[in-house]
Design a binder for this molecule. Structure first.
Ligand SMILES: *[C@@H]1O[C@H](CO)[C@@H](O)[C@H](O)[C@H]1NC(C)=O
Ligand SMILES: *[C@@H]1O[C@H](CO)[C@@H](O)[C@H](O)[C@H]1NC(C)=O
Ligand SMILES: CC(=O)N[C@H]1CO[C@H](CO)[C@@H](O)[C@@H]1O
Length: 360
């Protein structure tokens, strides 16, 4: 599970943003528990699941869906703002389902860039697995509309990728796993970046051109990491590492844009805004950011279990459980992302009424 992402700043966005041209964008979503909308529910042996109360308490019908938060994910909110349905989980679809022509979500709680990340969850779709699933989707699409149209669809689609937090939280930062012992952080970032480069090249070969990579947020400030600090403060060293990762990925995307014809790979940096949300929650209408709404036991995984106590006003908390932002925080983060001119361009949203981000 687990990554905290970016951002901040309450943004006033019209209920549906104007999407230029008649066609709604087709979106393919890759990632971890921040964007999983139910894939892991289909993995029988996965331990990275959230298909129980209190998850989903603020979602439509108040039921758990496999989302790792009390309500909507950032992706759900972005989809709704641009007027498209949130793409369904890949593992709920089949070749004959019309939904595959409109967008698919491959995100899986516990997943990372590296195959070995989150191995103690037994089952999850690593980024390599997610790309294989996309490859299958493309074959399904070809069977439906022909090779040329399928290529065209894949070229025009927008690819959201948000991954890497588990490579820290459920790999490098776990003292009992090999990667944290084998590699210095410098070497680890090289490994992550070079693995990601191969993965992005694979997506490019499959037709991806417009891509938005979500950088990591201040992971050192999520409740599961704070719990490791004597004072309950943010782990500065972890935040510094995340910044190095972000720089390295941003550089990678620039270099790929320079050598791959037609590539428009964007880095969406939300580290600063999310840190601001955490450091000054009251400026955004929140009250608490140093602990989660759900009273979780970080020594027992940090998820919100059915027997946990949940806070009264869930909108007052930036974090829902030890790893994941609340629905209210996701709304702030999504608004911040949608204020990014590059992201708006990728989504074909007209620039005219760009929302102005401002703390509440
Ligand atoms: C990770 O797993 C995928 C598929 O399971 C495999 O194709 C790939 O080579 C593996 N990558 C590494 C670095 O082991
Ligand atoms: C969070 O911050 C509040 C106010 O500064 C403090 O009273 C509380 O002890 C902190 N909680 C944790 C878990 O650090
Ligand atoms: C060079 C560079 O792009 N660094 C960025 C990576 O990390 C932090 C947080 O995301 C950014 O503020 C830096 O600008």
């Amino acid at each position: 599970m687990m990554r905290m992402s970016f951002v901040v700043a309450c943004v006033m966005v019209a209920s549906v943003l104007a999407v230029v041209g008649a066609e709604s964008p087709v979106t393919f979503v890759f990632g971890d528990s921040l964007t999983d909308v139910g894939n892991n529910n289909h993995l029988q042996y996965s331990l990275a699941k959230s298909d129980f109360p209190w998850y989903g308490i603020d979602y439509t019908n108040g039921q758990p869906t496999g989302r790792f938060t009390n309500g909507r994910t950032i992706g759900d909110i972005i989809s709704s703002k641009i007027g498209i349905p949130s793409p369904p989980p890949y593992l709920s679809l089949s070749a004959s389902n019309d939904a595959i022509l409109k967008g698919v979500n491959y995100a899986s709680g516990g997943a990372g860039i590296l195959n070995e990340t989150g191995l103690y969850f037994i089952q999850r779709l690593s980024l390599d697995d997610q790309i294989s699933c996309f490859q299958k989707t493309k074959l399904w699409i070809e069977a439906r509309i022909g090779k040329k149209s399928a290529n065209d669809l894949c070229n025009k689609a927008v690819y959201f990728i948000g991954i890497g937090a588990n490579d820290y939280v459920n790999n490098f930062l776990q003292p009992f796993l090999a990667d944290g012992q084998e590699y210095t952080h410098e070497e680890f970032v090289v490994l992550l970046t070079s693995t990601l480069e191969k993965q992005l090249l694979m997506l490019y070969e499959l037709g991806a051109r417009k891509m938005i990579f979500h950088g990591l947020g201040p992971l050192g400030c999520i409740p599961s990491q704070r719990a490791k600090s004597k004072t309950g403060g943010c782990l500065t060293r972890v935040n510094e590492w995340v910044k190095v990762f972000n720089s390295s990925v941003r550089k990678l995307l620039r270099s790929l844009n320079g050598k791959l014809p037609g590539a428009g790979f964007t880095f969406a940096d939300t580290f600063g805004p999310v840190l601001d949300l955490i450091l000054r929650p009251t400026s955004y209408g929140f009250r608490v950011s140093n602990t989660s709404c759900c009273n979780v036991d970080t020594t027992l995984g940090g998820l919100c279990l059915p027997n946990s106590k949940v806070c009264k006003n869930r909108r007052e908390y930036v974090f829902w459980d030890a790893f994941h932002p609340s629905d209210a925080a996701n709304e702030v983060i999504a608004g911040r992302l949608l204020a990014d001119p590059q992201l708006r361009m990728q989504l074909g949203i007209s620039g005219a009424e760009a929302p102005s981000p401002s703390p509440r």
